[in-house]
Design a protein around this ligand. Structure first.
Ligand SMILES: Nc1ncnc2c1ncn2[C@@H]1O[C@H](COP(=O)(O)OP(=O)(O)OP(=O)(O)O)[C@@H](O)[C@H]1O
Ligand SMILES: [Mg+2]
Length: 233
């Protein structure tokens, strides 16, 4: 379990997170929602070690984690996946992280092949990522993070740039990863997309959590910044 305790974060004078406290249970699929500028991206970036822990603590199995510990434990997929593509081919992009940790070559080839297949990217392995569709890019960015086997996977609005078909595929990918034991946290503006994949939701309001609980219970309340899925109107 990841325990987030009293996390407060400032960009200069701007308070982006205000004493955020919650727990991420292993195996769960959690949604983070909230208006623009409510702190979703900031929270995810701290949790994966991209931004420092200024105030507060993050604990894993009762041990306090450093920013560096988080980098190993957690993977992060950016809002715009192009921000994290580094390879000149799909295959190279997936291999990059494994090369970085010094994985032995034969093992690396096997891991890359397994990941290419499980994300449906095998046929595209020699393609230049710049030529991929938005959906394929999102899958590649997720694959390149997942190949490193993070215990926790955080994705910032993974479906916001995708059409319906690509969104469906990414959601299925995430569902399969979650079923395989990876704990997932997704920030989204589109609650309806994830109604059938997730059960637990956190609502951020101006850097503070003002709701945490089951989606069903969340939908019974009226948060002005949240578009209620059609089936609940
Ligand atoms: N690099 C930055 N420098 C200064 N202020 C920032 C920076 N990034 C975010 N902020 C501010 O921090 C607050 C939280 O922003 P954040 O991006 O975390 O919100 P968000 O919920 O992800 O918003 P969105 O839904 O638009 O993606 C906002 O007031 C934002 O303007
Ligand atoms: Mg954001």
């Amino acid at each position: 379990m990841l325990e987030i305790i009293d996390l407060t974060f400032y960009y200069g004078n701007i308070k982006a997170l205000d004493r955020v406290t919650f727990k991420i249970k292993d195996g769960s699929f959690v949604l983070i929602v909230g208006a623009n500028a409510s702190g979703k991206t900031t929270l995810l970036k701290i949790l994966c070690g991209l931004l420092p822990i200024q105030k507060g603590k993050i604990m894993f199995d009762k041990k306090e984690l450093s920013q560096n510990d988080l980098r190993y434990l957690c993977g992060y997929v950016f809002h715009n996946p192009l921000n994290q593509i580094v390879g000149t081919t799909v295959e190279e992009d997936i291999a990059f992280g494994l090369e970085n940790i010094g994985m032995e070559r034969n093992r690396m080839i096997k891991e890359v092949e397994k990941t290419l297949k499980s994300f449906g990217l095998y046929e595209l392995k020699e393609k230049d990522p710049a030529t991929l569709s938005a959906g394929q890019l999102q899958k590649l960015a997720t694959a390149s993070v997942t190949v490193l086997k993070p215990k926790y996977l955080f994705l910032d609005e993974p479906t916001s740039m995708l059409d319906e078909q690509d969104s469906k595929q990414i959601k299925q990918c995430l569902k399969d990863l979650n079923d395989s034991g990876i704990t997932i946290l997704v920030s989204t503006h589109d609650l309806e997309q994830f109604l059938d994949t997730s059960n637990w939701i956190i609502h951020l309001n101006n850097g503070k959590i003002d709701f945490e609980g089951e989606i069903k219970e969340f939908l019974e309340k009226d948060f002005p910044d949240v578009e209620r899925p059609g089936c609940f109107n």
